[in-house]
Design a protein around this ligand. Sequence first.
Ligand SMILES: [Zn+2]
Length: 257
Amino acid sequence: MESSFAGWPGGFRAALSLTFDDARPSQLDNGLPVFAEFGVKVTFYVSSAGVAARRDEWLDVVRDGHEIGNHTLNHPCSGNFVFSRNVALEDYTLARMQDEITGADRFIDDQLGLRPKTFAYPCGQTFVGRGRACRSYVPLVAERFLAGRGYRGESANDPEFCDLSRLDAAGCDNSSADDLVRLIDSARSAGAWLILCGHEIGNSDDRLNTDPAALRRALEYALHDTDIWIAPVAEVASHVRCERTGDTGREAHVQDW
Ligand SMILES: [Zn+2]
């Protein structure tokens, strides 16, 4: 049965989630002031090292109502990234990936006292193993989380069709204000859910850096010039799941959320 989507809350035309990965210090130093200025809540897919280094401040982030998501314990990506050679997805099994996910859940519960509702695939990659033994680990994520976020996708998510376990996200690192406004506009005209993904904020020494001025301009535009709902991934995913009819069989197993 085809699903149909009842619409965004409060008459909004589209949805926008801002997400930042790896618990990098610049997110606390340069990102939080921007989010506070606009009163928006975002999603942080954290690394254990990042949280451990500044735990008290991450506890404040939780208290402020931002979402904390699971991003695995050791951040396995393709070994083609030199930084991942020791935790290369090509060498992983589904059991080892399950341990990564469970380990990060446990770490976040222990350090921040919560159970993450959503997940971000490190480097946006969704496989383990290689060749004929290669497997998708999307089903593990679907089993455990309300939503799973990818990376560097080319489109916003259609609330009627999208797979909540493998959502597309556009990178906002190294984007100009105009780039971001264009993405927002196209999501708005499609009535879609745009997810942006960044890493550093206001740290131009890093190759993955979101410019706070571009972020400000995009937020200003989204909040004042359009009718877009800005909310963390778990909140939007939860709305999509509830407002999608004819979809109960497909997602009945995450009823707990
Ligand atoms: Zn990451």
